[in-house]
Design a protein around this ligand. Structure first.
Ligand SMILES: Nc1nc2c(c(=O)[nH]1)N[C@H]1C(S)=C(S)[C@@H](COP(=O)(O)OP(=O)(O)OC[C@H]3O[C@@H](n4cnc5c(=O)[nH]c(N)nc54)[C@H](O)[C@@H]3O)O[C@H]1N2
Ligand SMILES: Nc1nc2c(c(=O)[nH]1)N[C@H]1C(S)=C(S)[C@@H](COP(=O)(O)OP(=O)(O)OC[C@H]3O[C@@H](n4cnc5c(=O)[nH]c(N)nc54)[C@H](O)[C@@H]3O)O[C@H]1N2
Ligand SMILES: [Mo]
Length: 782
């Protein structure tokens, strides 16, 4: 008899994709009341003449079929092009304290913001103001700071190259490099780690390489949910006999079996394609050890008679090989097995598969980067690929799965808190001013500066910074300390409810799907995908209101109000015709040669990638093998009550945006208040599935308010000593100081925690408390 599961928990036995995905698209469109408008919108996404899907950064195939959208892309588009709107009436009716009491899902679901707003502390309401009033207030607030370094300028990765470039120009003219950016919480380990290894902080493969790879190593990412269009690529690899080896503590359904919603045959026959050849359930945070084990096994297999390493490549193209081998030789198998949770024979088998593969691609995501060892994890992936020359040839290379649809482009056009001297010199030469030279703040450093009273103003170009960052206690304090907070946004979210002690403004902007008309006519913007392809994106839906403006227009408005004539920039000229912004981008970044001409070609163009051409822009002018630190001792082995928590996205969310409370492939419906653990571990700690527990931070960062209350234990296949839960509900457990020291990426995916029994379940609505941020995040019973 099947075991009885707690409320909202079911066994999910089907493949990923399939009819469930199509049904979910219909439900998402209906919920946003845009059935006919939405269907038409979707047909334009990721088409040569359409808009770039705002959901993920997976590239578009050469010949976009009219099906080049996916379930989660559809949800993102539906969420943006919703018919619901909030303007003066909504904000007159609801005080900020009232809105605060609502769930995050409710807050965003109210619809698109249609007017500029300023908070009135006397009434506790946001009130509609004119754009002139908003710009005047913001400009005066920024201009009066003693030191420009007291302002923080956040960017979330949905913003276009054009908006990002104007933003960095404005901020550098203003006088700071404080550019906290969502990539600081995401692929910063890639941006910091890979330049030292291979001389460029980006992936080296293109989509065509997947047609030529024998082996795909897929580490720490969940494409069925987060990059669904990638599933078509993995399915093709699997169907032509390519091997796919997965490293993931959770059994993610799409990586096991996938049914293509675009394949008539699979849909009609329910015949899913098996994806993973082997599925290794590495311990949370155990990848460093696993990668070391594979490298060690590979080096041990290499003999003069039967070499498995690419010695010619190593000699010609790399540095540091001997030091790497020496380190691998000293690593003990017992330590590797213990830290990775995987057996030596399994890792040796992966090494064998790898040795047999003529061309290998390694794909990875947040399971690799969001650890204290994030940067060295990325470098170890590079080591593994370099050992067999799998870099810069067809079918081979490194493939970081980027997050936001233009997070890579924002970086390329200058959003960086640690700018190179070359970037600053070129900015000086092109624009005739001396940009600030000192490094600025990343996200963790910005939040600390805000919390500790060093920062006085914050401007957020998109995103939901206070909820996306670790340590909501620090974030809430930080935002409330501000003299000025400005949010450029499509929708309302909880960060906008953390009122500055001075002024708080919300400025409503257009989304990707919408027509952007300026004096020079209808404009297109450009974005760069995960594989360095730059292409145009043109929205066509009518904006949700006449007061909603484009991001470049808003950035230029703030710049004019703050800087006046300083710098002599023709902001209005830029806004009238975005071709002029692109001309300036090209002037600063020569890789964008003939930018305006080339984005008019269908599909856009590819930015040069030095490592893909085996040009190594490193200190040694070679690709560097970088020895990883000694295997970190797993604290939980010293204290068996300590578990390692990893924080995940559900299938129904986009980062902090919760579309709905289901996580279909993991069998969770109508709730997010769960902690996944394996059945044996639940029993070992004296609990049963369905028990309600509180989770606290353990070890170094333990603190009384680092607690999340009222989570329900759910059995899920996970390694021992590990547990998993949803982001952002578990944010209060993660200390701001718990991050990778090299890249400052928060350690979102290995948080030491303990669990204890919560109050008895009385059937009342349970709330996931956010310590220090009174109010609820996601109520359980919708
Ligand atoms: N629909 C949708 N699409 C998205 C997003 C979204 O929220 N929703 N977010 C976008 C953004 S910004 C990003 S960065 C990407 C994120 O895309 P992913 O990188 O796929 O993100 P996550 O869901 O955080 O988790 C990744 C996987 O890592 C595994 N994992 C957890 N800890 C470990 C570990 O220690 N080792 C290993 N090997 N694996 C581990 C988890 O089980 C999970 O399967 O997706 C982008 N696309
Ligand atoms: N515990 C834990 N924390 C994490 C992660 C994790 O895996 N675990 N992942 C991290 C990662 S990878 C990332 S990238 C960050 C995400 O951090 P952010 O990028 O800051 O967060 P999002 O939730 O993507 O931001 C959503 C908000 O963006 C606004 N928005 C949407 N579209 C637009 C637009 O077109 N223009 C503008 N101006 N605004 C828009 C809306 O107000 C929406 O509420 O979170 C990080 N936090
Ligand atoms: Mo991300």
């Amino acid at each position: 008899m099947p075991k009885k599961r707690p409320e909202g928990i079911k066994d999910y036995t089907g493949p990923a994709g399939g009819w469930g995905a199509l049904k979910a698209v219909a439900v998402a469109l209906k919920a946003q009341q845009i059935v006919s408008r939405g269907a038409q919108t979707l047909l334009k996404s990721n088409q040569p003449d359409g808009f770039d899907c705002p959901s993920c950064a997976w590239p578009d195939p050469k010949h976009s079929s009219s099906f080049e959208f996916c379930e989660n892309g559809a949800k993102a588009v539906a969420w943006e092009s919703t018919a619901r709107k909030i303007g003066a009436e909504f904000f007159a009716k609801h005080s900020v304290s009232d809105i605060w009491q609502q769930t995050d899902h409710w807050i965003e679901d109210q619809g698109r913001v249609t007017d500029p707003l300023r908070y009135n502390a006397a009434t506790d309401h946001y009130e509609v103001v004119t754009w002139e009033e908003a710009f005047a207030g913001i400009g005066a607030g920024l201009a009066k700071l003693d030191d420009p370094n007291q302002a923080e300028f956040y960017t979330s990765g949905r913003c276009s190259n054009e908006a990002a470039f104007l933003y960095q120009l404005f901020v550098r003219l203003y006088g700071t490099n404080n550019f906290p950016d969502c990539s600081n919480m995401c692929h910063e380990a890639t941006s910091v780690g890979l330049p030292k290894s291979i001389g460029i902080g980006k992936g080296t493969v293109s989509l065509e390489d997947f047609d030529h790879a024998d082996l795909i190593l897929s580490i720490g990412h969940n494409p069925g949910t987060n990059h669904p269009r990638m599933m078509a690529t993995l399915r093709e690899v699997a169907r032509r006999g390519g091997k796919i080896v997965v490293f993931n503590p959770l059994k993610e359904r799409a990586l096991e079996r996938f049914e293509s919603p675009q394949s008539v045959v699979e849909m009609a026959t329910f015949a899913a394609t098996p994806i993973a050849t082997s599925y290794l359930q590495v311990k949370v945070g155990g990848d460093a050890a696993a990668l070391k084990g594979i490298c060690k096994a590979l080096v041990a297999m290499d003999t003069a008679e039967a070499p498995v390493l690419d010695h010619a490549f190593i000699a010609e193209h790399t540095a540091g090989f001997d030091a790497l081998v020496a380190d691998l030789e000293t690593a003990e198998w017992a330590d590797i097995e213990h830290a990775s949770g995987l057996g030596r024979s399994d890792l040796e088998e992966v090494a064998r598969l790898y040795a047999q593969s003529k061309a290998t691609i390694c794909c990875y995501g947040m399971g690799i980067t969001q650890h204290r060892t994030g940067t060295s994890n990325v470098q170890q992936i590079a080591n593994l690929l370099l050992l067999r020359g799998n870099m810069g040839r067809p079918g081979a290379g490194i493939c970081p799965l980027r997050g936001h649809s233009n997070v890579q482009g924002d970086r390329t056009v200058g959003i960086t808190e640690r700018p190179s001297p070359l970037l600053l010199d070129t900015m000086r030469d092109v624009f005739g001013f001396e940009p600030p030279r000192a490094d600025g703040h990343s996200v963790v450093e910005s939040i600390a500066a805000m919390r500790d009273g060093h920062a006085k103003a914050v401007v957020c170009l998109g995103g939901n910074l206070a909820i996306a960052s670790s340590d909501p206690q620090a974030c809430a304090q930080g935002f409330r300390n501000m003299d000025l907070a400005v949010h450029i946004t499509t929708k309302l979210n909880r960060t906008h409810l953390l009122m500055a002690k001075g002024a708080t403004y919300i400025l409503p902007c257009l989304g990707r799907t919408e027509r952007d008309s300026q004096d020079g006519g209808v404009q297109a913007v450009t974005v760069e995908d995960s594989m360095s392809m730059v292409h145009a994106s043109r929205g066509f839906l009518m904006p949700p209101g006449e007061n909603v403006r484009s991001e470049p227009w808003i950035v230029a408005g703030i710049a004019k109000a703050t800087l006046g004539a300083k710098g002599g920039i023709d902001w209005d000229g830029y806004v009238a015709d975005y071709d002029r912004i692109r001309d300036s981008i090209e002037a600063v970044f020569p890789a964008f040669k003939d930018y305006n001409a080339r984005i008019r070609e269908p599909g856009g163009f590819h930015l040069p990638n030095s490592a893909a051409e085996r040009i190594w822009l490193t200190d040694t002018k070679k690709a560097n093998f970088i020895v990883s630190p000694k295997l970190e001792e797993d604290e939980s082995t010293r204290d068996p009550s300590v578990l390692r928590l990893t924080t995940l996205r559900s299938h129904d969310q986009y980062n902090t945006t919760i579309y709905a409370l289901d996580d279909r492939y993991r069998g969770v419906f109508g709730r997010r208040d769960v902690l996944f653990m394996n059945a044996k571990e639940i029993a070992r700690l004296g609990f049963a599935e369905g028990d309600v527990i509180d989770v606290t931070t353990a070890l170094e960062f333990k603190r009384a308010d680092r607690i999340v209350q009222g989570l329900m234990l759910v059995e899920h296949e996970l390694p021992d000593n590990c547990c998993a839960s949803y982001y952002p509900e578990t944010q209060p457990l993660i200390a701001l100081e718990d991050h990778d020291p090299q890249s400052f990426t928060p350690s979102y995916k290995s948080v030491p925690v303990q669990i204890r029994r919560a109050g008895a379940d009385d059937g009342a609505e349970r709330v996931v408390a956010r310590a220090g941020v009174a109010g609820r995040l996601t109520s359980v019973k919708a």
